[in-house]
Design a binder for this molecule. Structure first.
Ligand code: ATP
Ligand code: MG
Length: 315
């Protein structure tokens, strides 16, 4: 196990999110790499820390699934030498070398349906696990879907987003944070208030991400646009039906439609979607390495990242 934050040496900054920074760190005793997410709670950070947060962080450590990025340890305040701030929460996570789906999508690359099908299956398996533990992810989006060295895709940052959420005034949320939110999360009053089934929100977000994988751009707003908060809110709340790409198979179109059903009561559940023909397709792989029920995709993306390598075990 990881006992001390001081055993971890920061190697590089991987990226910044809302109120946090993610570092690549090296554990000096067991000689392996981890990702360290540090949430900063002070006047410059994400507001006041609540006592419940450490409890929620404890739940994180109990989550153990091949479809979820593992959280190995949580440090309160952190005996970390580099921070003199007493208000940090640090999460030691499994390091995902391959980066996120966001890295692929921001270059406007599109994924073939075969890849999306396997990807959707993994996300659904992950959500099925979390929902089974009565955990709502609340922040399914491309930057929270990570790929490791083996090419396995996993869900990251559930719970962390929960901890962060509610500490920020809604109007301060940047567009990136709410782009994948479901209509009932954006406007709960209209959709049943307290009675809203929060699990349905994760399904919506996943549907939007899968459509984005197909199109290569954020589907609620046309390509090439950088949406502001108000535009996004309107798109989510007022668009009656999302237009499906003509080139997509009917299976895929139907799958996405079942996810982005505006009324959460009519939306498909994770369990239903696991049986959907789109995610249970016979895979005709576009790349080498087809073995048993495993499937490798090597998508050549040119310039920035030579390969986005997805190894998606069919379950
Ligand atoms: P948000 O704060 O809303 O979650 P975000 O996901 O972009 O937004 P972070 O979660 O802080 O922000 O992540 C910052 C960057 O670090 C992202 O590019 C993300 O893909 C990457 N990252 C996060 N966790 C890991 C990990 N375990 N391994 C490798 N990279 C990671
Ligand atoms: Mg994240």
């Amino acid at each position: 196990g990881i006992r001390n934050l001081s055993d971890l040496k920061k190697v590089a900054v991987i990226g910044h999110g809302n109120g946090g920074t993610v570092y690549k760190v090296h554990h000096m005793k067991n000689h392996s790499f981890y990702a360290l997410k540090v949430l900063r709670f002070n006047e410059n950070g994400i507001g006041i820390r609540q006592p419940s947060m450490i409890l929620e962080a404890e739940i994180l450590k109990r989550v153990d699934s091949p479809f979820i990025v593992k959280c190995h340890a949580v440090f309160d305040n952190g005996n970390c030498t580099e921070t003199d701030n007493g208000d940090d929460l640090s999460f030691v996570m499994e390091y995902m070398e391959g980066g996120s789906l966001h890295d692929v999508l921001r270059e406007n690359y599109r994924l073939p349906e075969e890849a999306i099908s396997l990807l959707a299956k993994r996300v659904l398996e992950g959500l099925n696990y979390l929902h089974g533990m009565h955990i709502v992810h609340r922040d399914i989006k491309p930057s929270n879907l990570l790929v490791n060295d083996k090419g396995e895709l996993k869900i990251a940052d559930f719970g962390v987003s929960h901890i962060v959420e509610g500490r920020i005034d809604a109007t301060e949320l940047n567009a990136g944070t709410c782009a994948y939110m479901s209509p009932e999360r954006v406007d709960p009053e209209r959709w049943g208030g307290e009675n809203v089934d929060e699990f349905a929100g994760d399904v919506w977000s996943m549907g939007v991400v899968m459509l984005e994988c197909f199109l290569g751009y954020f589907p609620l707003i046309g390509p090439g646009q950088k949406p502001d908060w108000a535009t996004l809110m309107c798109a989510i709340c007022f668009v009656e039906k999302l237009e499906m790409p003509e080139k997509a198979s009917t299976e895929f179109q139907n799958f996405v439609r079942r996810c982005v059903e505006k009324d959460w009561r009519k939306r498909a559940t994770v369990k239903e979607l696991l049986h959907h023909p789109f995610v249970n397709r016979k895979c005709s792989c576009i790349s080498k390495g087809l073995e048993n029920n495993e499937c490798n995709f090597e998508l050549d993306f040119g310039r920035r990242r030579k390969y986005f390598f997805l190894h998606l075990a069919r379950t």
